[in-house]
Write a protein that binds this ligand. Structure first.
Ligand code: PEP
Ligand code: MG
Length: 577
């Protein structure tokens, strides 16, 4: 029986998933180099013969599953690979290595692969180079069979479930396509819960564990995996007890959905009756349906870059207009905050819009810095937003604002676009609001003057935390340091909220912190009245808001700001209960 393996990682997207491991970058297969004893030789030949046969069977199964154009294209590869598997030069060579050289099957395969690779490398011809790749794939397939450590019962379950992708990192653009391809969960050895891939995974309700350093080393393709995106635990070859735990999770999930349903149509009020505005962050059409269903007051953050990430050419004005209009229509009269393109840093696109390589992309040409340098691309987006505004209230949100001039430049561009659209007979919003993301510390500190130039502000704590603490949000090695509850972050948040209140301009917090119910009382204490989060967390936050006494919390603000640690904050908050 294959033994249970537990691998730890960091929770990135809640939910559990049971599936077959699919290794994106298979680890170096461990090769047993010890020579065989005399009596081990024939059993090893048999083991290899069986593995070769298994690999052939796998290819045949794959061929039968293919239909249409895909069958023709992929069929050619399968034929080539089957031919290699049947090639006596390869197989006899392998058996000879085992019998004469006393190599174990894995070591013999590696030896043959290296020999053939060297022979192909010596030939300067693209066809032969691609043949070399074929050989790599075939030998990799046989190695995987030899290393497969699964019982027949496990294989039977595994054949019925989808896959869990295991890789070093997974790009946001890839994540967007995964659910359509039967992917049920994600595991990465690097990455962080704050990366855009993790944000997308949460949007797609795809359980995800990041920072699982040992995953590629210890897992093999087709291992049956149970992952828990809420605790960060990965279990390979789960036991009956693990599976029972999973079923229990599924039952609890259904129960808590029922409980939360009570909050679906409830107003968002604190225990003492203060109205708190809860908005939704949205990336995908499914988010909008959910936002509407759980009674979000509007969309507080629509990240438009995902329209740009899944493709090679830029979406034109009409395509963007259609997408934004759909969002506005889906929200049926509730305001929709559309953030202008925030490419750069960890969201490099395939369209070539973002600068190719920057020495320090997080501090480089991203967000409004990029769009102001590409006025034609920016104008197409702004025109599309203005046109969508004819169908319902829109707010334009500008990312990565550092200085007031950037906002002034964006406003001027919007005004130009509005004039042109009107004169060419387009229907557009009669009114729009322009806001700045406050995520660069300089903008937060200069907010008393900057705020005159905007109609509202949205606090981006994901970036504000990274820039204030000089801790890369995507680097899990800095997980401890990257803490939105650091006293400096809290102090700045309190200032931003107070400046917004004085200027009578709405302030919403739309970083991941807004969805964390452990932070709800703290943020209410600092005076925050607008939260924007993924709709899957909205009912929980509404429930948390209902359990808070606003007046009591507000009195704790200065003590909370003096607290030095998370435990200190919790102690202060406990006194409000
Ligand atoms: C943020 O920085 O907090 C934010 C909401 O924007 P993003 O996560 O897209 O950078
Ligand atoms: Mg940001």
């Amino acid at each position: 029986m294959s033994s249970r393996i537990v691998i730890g990682g960091t929770a990135a997207a809640r939910g559990m998933a049971l599936g077959r491991a699919r290794l994106v970058q298979p680890s170096q297969i461990r090769i047993d180099e010890r020579p065989l004893a005399e009596n081990e030789i024939e059993p090893e030949v048999e083991r290899l013969r069986a593995a070769l046969q298994h690999a052939r069977d796998d290819l045949n199964v794959l061929r039968e599953k293919l239909h249409g154009a895909l069958a023709r294209e992929v069929g050619e590869f399968i034929d080539a690979h089957s031919l290699i598997l049947d090639d006596p030069e390869l197989t006899e060579g392998l058996y000879a290595l085992i019998r004469k050289g006393r190599y174990r099957a894995g070591a013999a395969l590696k030896m043959q692969r290296d020999r053939l690779a060297a022979a192909f490398d010596a030939i300067d011809d693209p066809y032969f180079r691609s043949r070399r790749e074929d050989i790599d794939h075939v030998i990799g397939r046989v190695q995987a069979v030899l290393n497969r450590d699964t019982t027949p019962a496990e294989r039977q379950i595994a054949a019925r479930v989808g896959t869990i992708l295991v890789g070093d990192t997974i790009a946001p653009a890839e994540v967007a396509h995964l659910t359509e391809h039967g992917v049920l969960g994600l595991v990465t050895t690097g990455g962080s819960a704050l990366s855009h891939s993790a944000i997308l995974a949460r949007s797609l309700r795809l359980p995800m564990v990041v920072g699982a350093r040992e995953a590629l080393e210890r897992l093999t393709d087709d291992d049956l995996l149970l992952i828990d995106g809420g605790s960060g635990e990965i279990v390979a070859h789960p036991t009956a007890q693990d599976l029972a735990h999973y079923r229990q999770f599924q039952r609890e999930q259904a129960r808590s959905q029922d409980l939360l349903a009570r909050f679906t149509h409830a107003p968002s009020l604190t225990g003492d009756g203060i109205h708190i505005h809860l908005y939704a962050n949205a990336e995908m059409p499914a988010d909008l349906a959910q936002a509407h269903a759980c009674g979000a007051e509007g969309v507080g953050l629509y990240r438009t870059e995902f329209l740009f990430l899944q493709r090679r050419e830029l979406p034109d004005e009409d395509e963007q207009f259609n997408a934004y209009r759909d969002v506005v229509m889906a929200m049926a009269g509730a305001p929709v905050t559309i953030r202008t393109l925030d490419l750069g840093a960890d969201k490099a696109d395939a369209t070539g819009l973002a600068l190719a390589a920057e020495p320090n992309p997080a501090l480089g040409v991203r967000g409004v810095r990029l769009t102001l340098r590409r006025p034609a691309v920016f104008a197409a987006q702004l025109r599309a937003i203005l046109r969508a505004g004819a169908f319902g209230p829109v707010r334009v949100l500008v990312p990565m604002v550092t200085i007031a001039e950037e906002i002034r430049a964006v406003r001027a561009l919007i005004e130009d676009c509005a004039r042109e659209l009107r004169s060419s007979g387009h229907e557009i919003a009669d009114h729009y609001e322009l806001g700045a993301m406050i995520e660069v510390p300089a903008a937060a500190i200069a907010l008393p003057t900057l705020i005159r130039h905007v109609d509202f502000v949205a606090i981006g704590t994901n970036d504000l935390t990274q820039y204030l603490l000089a801790a890369d949000r995507n680097n899990d090695a800095l997980g401890e340091l990257y803490d939105p509850l650091h006293p400096a972050v809290l102090k700045l948040l309190a200032q931003i909220i107070a400046i917004g209140a004085r200027a009578q301009k709405p302030v919403t917090l739309c970083g991941e912190m807004a969805a964390d119910t452990r932070c709800t009382p703290l943020l209410l204490a600092l005076g925050l009245t607008g939260f924007s989060m993924h709709p899957s967390s909205l009912l929980e936050v509404r429930q948390a808001v209902a359990s808070c006494d606003h007046a009591r919390l507000r009195k704790l603000a200065s003590r909370l700001l003096r607290a030095q640690t998370r435990a200190g904050i919790e102690r202060v908050l406990a006194s409000a209960v």
